[in-house]
Design a protein around this ligand. Structure first.
Ligand code: ADP
Length: 629
């Protein structure tokens, strides 16, 4: 944001000076219109008495002030107010006259006009000049002035036509599809004539869809950097004010500025804040949002894409966007920016590890496998945390241990050293975690266990299992899901075997298992309810938002969904219990080791798990495992 300019506008200065002069005149005149009074104030009756006694030498009657000024024979001055009754006043004057005092009557004819000026005319003139000053300032003001309220208040980066130095696509790793898509928009900004020669209608905007931290903002900035275009960025939330019309004015202003700076990219973060479906909800805020959205639609219709202006927007809720925004001619491109896969993660890690000293055994590909589901922002955070940790330890380079600890920190927060667990609690958690490991090892060859730990982190007391997949999987078979469920329920099953009851430590597992089982019933047709989906589905499963709305589903069906879900989870627990019983000595050994050492890494863990016997009912040829973060 630019600072307001300090140069003085002559007209504004004139108005300010006028207001000041008028104010001074007002104050001076106000003083002169005050009622005149000399000497002390006396009660009317005292003056009457003095008049009767002949003590008054002369008197002045002030008509307008309704006062009488007197000077007595000794020369002392005094004054009194006349009573409301005119008769008494006449009486006094006659009395004074009779006793030989000289009485002068001052009509104060100018005072009435003066008072009119001071009380009416001057205040109006002062207010008018202040108002003119205010209007002038708001007209002239840049971002810092009064008019800024209805102006676009976002950021404009220094990138401009022909400039370099901003981020480029080389700074974005692990998102090749998104980069390829945006590359095209870049070409459009740089060589518009190529497209117009062929009569192609260039896209006006692209919507970057993906969860937070996947690099949408970075991609938008990189697009601007590559295209040497000016970059205007704003967050959707900034448009929504409680004053109706402000958002729309800001949109107008933003587009006007961007058009003037073409080639330019307008980036609207959190588009869903303004672009939600219209006609939903009630209240003033909603009216405002609709106006803002309408203005956005109008602006997007109004510019010619060939003129070097492109609108990029980011959202993680494309399902709630107004359909009008998504129709061709507006955000007609959707670029999905999902959390990167293992290769992508390795590339992002390499990108951030590149400039930092690392120990020889740090391989990005290996580290990437230890953090499934991490977004670009989280990976950047991992590298940064690792650098901080190694700096704190006084090391010269980042080691694998630092990266491991950093991953754990990013997942669960720093070690919680203040909460000391009792021996009972430690034993419960150790058995619980050991069970997850054993069942995972017994049920699949795809799952690789890297580390097992009962260190308590953040809110979580001692839950820090890290189960890694050999590769990221997006298509899972029913048997894969069942295996995943068995691993999830293993903790509860083990607690029941070891202690005859479950503890509160199973809460998270139950939640995860129930959600998965419910999806199997309602989304994947994997139950006796048949191959149907129940409820409304949102396509963006990665969003992790509620997968379905069960609004229009009958109570009977809901009951069956619950029963099926329970059955699936119970079956999973039974399966886990069978596996655990067959391998109980291993569970016990791991649990003991965990209590003793808190954390078991690769080698020790592999040693224990080598003794695990494969699950009795076997597993399919294509094994998957849980990605337990
Ligand atoms: P979003 O806008 O999707 O929430 P950001 O673009 O703000 O995410 O990403 C935050 C930070 O994470 C970026 O500044 C960058 O440091 C890092 N980051 C995210 N994704 C990537 C990626 N694919 N490559 C490199 N860095 C990334």
């Amino acid at each position: 944001m630019r600072l307001p300019r300090l140069s003085v506008d002559p007209l504004a200065a004139l108005f300010a000076a006028l207001a000041l002069v008028l104010l001074i005149v007002f104050l001076v005149m106000l003083g002169s219109t005050q009622p005149r009074s000399n000497g002390t104030e006396l009660p009317y009756t005292t003056v009457q008495r003095k008049a009767a006694a002949g003590e008054v030498r002369n008197a002045v009657q002030l008509d307008y002030d309704h006062r009488l000024l007197i000077t007595d024979r000794a020369g002392a001055e005094a004054w009194t107010s006349f009573p409301a009754t005119g008769g008494l006043q006449d009486q006094l004057l006659t009395q004074l006259d009779r006793k030989g005092a000289s009485v002068v009557i001052d009509a104060q004819s100018g005072k009435q006009a003066k008072r009119l000026i001071v009380q009416v005319l001057l205040p109006i003139l002062i207010l008018a000049s202040l108002f003119a000053l205010f209007m002038r300032v708001s007209q002239q003001a840049d971002a810092g002035g009064m008019g800024a309220f209805s102006r676009w208040a976002g950021r404009r980066s220094k990138l401009g036509p022909g400039s370099t130095g901003g981020p480029s696509f080389a700074d974005v790793a692990g998102a090749p599809a998104a980069v390829a898509e945006l590359q095209e928009l870049c070409d459009l900004l740089r060589f518009p004539e190529r497209y117009s020669a062929l009569g192609a209608r260039p896209p006006k905007g692209a919507l970057l869809v993906g969860p937070p931290g996947t690099g949408k903002t970075l991609l938008a900035r990189a697009t601007a950097g590559e295209a040497h275009a000016a970059f205007f960025s704003v967050s959707g939330a900034e448009f929504v004010e409680s004053l109706v019309g402000v958002g729309a004015a800001r949109i107008r202003d933003l587009f006007a500025k961007a058009r003037a700076a073409a080639p330019a990219i307008v980036f609207i973060d959190e588009l869903d804040a303004v672009g939600r479906k219209r006609g939903a909800g009630v209240g003033q805020g909603n009216d405002e949002r609709e106006q803002t959205l309408n203005q956005l639609l109008v602006e997007m219709d109004g510019f010619d894409a060939g003129r070097g202006l492109i609108v990029l927007a980011a959202t993680n809720r494309p399902d709630i966007l107004d359909p009008a925004l998504l129709r061709p001619g507006r955000f007609d491109r959707q670029v999905t920016v999902d959390a990167p896969d293992a290769d992508g993660r390795a590339q992002i890690l390499s990108l951030y590890l590149k400039g930092r000293p690392c120990e020889a055994d740090v391989t990005p590909a290996e580290i990437a496998r230890r953090c499934p589901g991490f977004t670009g922002a989280e990976l950047e955070n991992v590298v940064n945390e690792a650098a901080l940790l190694s700096a704190r330890a006084g090391q010269a380079a980042i080691g694998v241990d630092d990266l491991d600890e950093a991953i754990q920190r990013v997942v669960g927060g720093p070690r919680n050293d203040t909460h000391v667990l009792g021996p009972d609690e430690l034993e419960t958690i150790a058995v619980h975690e050991a069970a997850h490991a054993v069942v995972a090892a017994a049920h699949g060859d795809g799952a690789q266990l890297h580390q097992l730990s009962i260190v308590s982190r953040g809110r979580r007391l001692g839950r820090a299992t890290t189960l890694m997949l050999d590769r990221d999987r997006t298509v899972l078979r029913r048997s894969d899901l069942e295996r995943q469920l068995a691993v999830t329920m293993a903790g509860a099953a083990a607690e029941r075997i070891a202690f005859g009851e479950v503890s509160t430590a199973v809460n998270d597992d139950l939640h995860t298992a129930t959600q998965l089982a419910r999806s199997m019933v309602t989304s994947f047709g994997m139950s006796s309810l048949g191959p149907v989906t129940i409820g409304e589905h949102s396509a963006e499963v990665f969003l992790g938002a509620s997968l379905q709305e069960l609004g229009g589903v009958g109570p009977g069906t809901l009951e069956r969904i619950d029963a099926e879900t329970r059955e699936i989870v119970e079956e999973a627990e039974t399966r886990a219990a069978k596996t655990l019983s067959a391998n109980w000595p291993v569970v016990q050994a791991i649990a003991d080791d965990l209590v003793a050492h808190e954390t078991l890494a690769d080698v020790q863990l592999a040693g224990h798990l080598a003794a695990v016997r494969a699950a009795p009912n076997g597993s399919g040829p294509d094994h998957g495992g849980p990605a337990d973060r």
